[in-house]
Design a protein around this ligand. Structure first.
Ligand code: ZN
Length: 243
């Protein structure tokens, strides 16, 4: 079985479409695991939800998904994120709202626990340091865990009482062995590691390998739509830098 792991689509249809095409180019997958934040920031929330629903997939809730349907208060968001969230809420059809409301915070699949932010705090916590990763290793049972939320491809490895972190680099297969891991496949629709290309991973269960892919997409097309819709300029500009 092969699985595509995608996180933080953020209503960026051009990036999402490019990733789906790339998945096919890499030989296809049996199922998509989506780690949340399908909507928020970007110009095509309904279109991204509709496209995702057509795929064989599982999905967990991100903070933006639940904020868009009022399950999380946007008072916790920065002003740009809150403005984009209110615009997003107005674009959703009843089927989108029902779908987002029904998402779980944590799912277990195969040897993985899936959470948007972290197993400890699924909607809010960013796993971006070894100290935070270390605490979270004690809070899931499976050998491995996948998270999104930071939009930065990272791998945390549990090593006895300590924990190490490394960048998850494209095309270098990450072999799943005895060490427990927390893996972030980066963000599809708003990368923040300085590389503006969309980021996702494929898990090949038979060969026990997770591989990261970076996919160029039409960034200007997404930016043009965001400007047309009056979405915050900072959110438009950051797509060009991957920050
Ligand atoms: Zn996000």
């Amino acid at each position: 079985m092969r699985y595509a792991i995608i996180a933080d689509i953020h209503a960026n249809l051009a990036a999402f479409t490019a990733v789906l095409e790339d998945i096919e180019k890499q030989g296809g997958v049996n199922e998509i695991w989506c780690l949340g934040d399908v909507v928020g920031y970007g110009p095509d929330p309904h279109q991204c939800l509709e496209l995702l629903r057509r795929k064989n997939h599982i999905c967990i809730a991100g903070n933006h998904d639940w904020a868009a349907v009022g399950k999380i208060d946007t008072a916790y968001f920065n002003p740009d994120a809150a403005a984009a969230c209110h615009w997003t809420a107005r674009q959703l059809i009843p089927e989108d709202i029902k779908y987002l409301e029904s998402l779980s915070l944590i799912l277990e699949r195969s040897e993985f626990t899936l959470a948007h932010g972290s197993p400890r705090e699924p909607t809010w916590e960013y796993i971006i340091s070894t100290s935070i990763a270390k605490v979270n290793f004690n809070l899931f049972q499976s050998p491995y865990c996948m998270v999104g939320h930071s939009h930065v491809p990272l791998v945390f490895k549990e090593e006895g009482d300590t924990c190490s972190a490394s960048r998850f680099l494209p095309n270098v297969g990450l072999e799943l062995g005895k060490s427990r891991l927390i893996i972030n496949p980066g963000g599809v629709g708003q990368p923040r590691d300085g590389d503006p290309r969309a980021s996702y991973a494929i898990y090949d269960r038979e060969n026990k390998i997770v591989r990261l892919y970076r996919v160029p997409y039409d960034i200007a097309a997404t930016q043009d739509k965001m400007i047309q819709h009056g979405l915050p300029v900072h959110l438009v500009v950051r797509l060009g830098y991957g920050q």
